[in-house]
Design a protein around this ligand. Structure first.
Ligand code: AMP
Ligand code: MG
Length: 319
């Protein structure tokens, strides 16, 4: 049965969703980054249902969401760097990978059996209300089929996962539009595991330079593979689109010639571009289009995250 889309501001919506979570079921909910597919991170069966619904490989660990930093600190060991980042950016679009605390009520499936755990305190009021009402740590990857474009509206979730979740909480379009920045703090030097909603520059200003993930070591599984992929092929850094292509534009100077055009930000604003990224990719992903051609995006601020997603959307596919 398709899930009910519940406006999150309806009386009892949060309680209904919290009840479903306590019963071990899946709930899609808005965060400030993208919509999450949430389940009780303490329940093996509930976490297994997330992997099954997304078709996600079981070696790709999940982010565990908590309502505040104090709650998060029960699940992991926070050194001075982690505490600094948590107090600067939580609640917000930052995930910290830290050594997992001992004897925490967390399904080993949520961390894919790793000795580390990925923790985040989201800032979206609906996400926070759900975390508080359920009283559960919530494992919540993006609410999309594994490898495909993330969901930034409740309708996006309903289109692909509607029959796999108990409730979809509708909080409108998400504001940030790209996933959280993930910083690895389990080793001596901090590592940027995934660029995201908190710009790299803001993190480096606080704790110094971030390393790239070591080559050959899959620190964040799935990071280098094809991901965020629409069905159409994606062509990057395009300045002259072809007549059978859809153009994903950026900035005021848009080349002519494409079959259709959507602009991430006509004024060249990277925050606006991030917020529009996934919805525009979905809208351009049409059967009558040969490829999605993407204009160059500047590599600073949220541009790091946007370019990371586009590179993986353009990578050779697994299928
Ligand atoms: P998603 O839930 O789809 O936003 O993806 C979460 C990302 O966090 C994935 O790329 C995971 O590999 C990464 N991640 C989660 N837990 C860990 C961990 N313990 N160590 C390294 N990366 C992690
Ligand atoms: Mg994802």
């Amino acid at each position: 049965m398709p899930a009910a889309i519940l406006p999150a501001d309806r009386p009892d919506a949060i309680e209904a969703a919290a009840d479903a979570l306590r019963a071990g079921r899946l709930v899609a909910f808005p965060t400030e980054t993208v919509y999450g597919l949430g389940a009780d991170a303490g329940s093996d069966a509930a976490v297994a249902a997330i992997y099954a619904a997304k078709g996600r490989p079981s070696h790709n660990p999940l982010i565990v969401h908590l309502p505040d930093a104090q709650a998060a600190m029960r699940f992991g060991r926070f050194d001075a760097r982690a505490q600094r980042l948590a107090s600067a950016f939580w609640p917000g679009p930052l995930t910290l990978v830290v050594p997992r605390a001992e004897a925490v009520p967390l399904s080993p499936r949520a961390t894919a059996g790793l000795p580390t755990v990925a923790l985040r305190v989201p800032s979206h009021p609906v996400a926070l209300a759900l975390l508080l009402a359920s009283g559960l740590p919530l494992a919540a990857p993006s609410a999309n089929v594994s490898g495909r474009v993330s969901a930034t509206t409740a309708q996006h979730v309903a289109e692909t996962l509607g029959d796999k979740v108990a409730v979809i909480l509708d909080g409108g379009p998400t504001q940030v539009g790209v996933e959280s920045t993930i910083v690895g703090l389990a080793g001596e030097r901090p590592v940027l595991l995934r660029p995201g909603g908190v710009p790299r520059e803001a993190i480096e200003a606080l704790i110094g330079p971030l390393d790239e993930p070591a080559a050959g070591i899959v620190a964040a599984p799935g990071m280098l593979a094809s991901h965020y992929a629409p069905h159409c092929p994606v062509r990057l850094n395009v300045t002259a689109p072809r007549a059978d292509e859809a153009l994903l534009a950026f900035g005021p100077d848009v080349p002519a010639g494409a079959k259709l055009v959507l602009n991430l930000s006509a004024s060249g604003n990277l925050e606006e571009a991030a917020a529009n990224l996934y919805a525009h990719l979905r809208a351009l992903d049409r059967a009558d289009i040969a490829a999605i051609a993407v204009m160059p995006i500047p590599q600073h601020g949220l541009g790091h995250a946007i370019n990371d997603r586009l590179r993986r959307a353009a990578a050779p596919r697994h299928e």
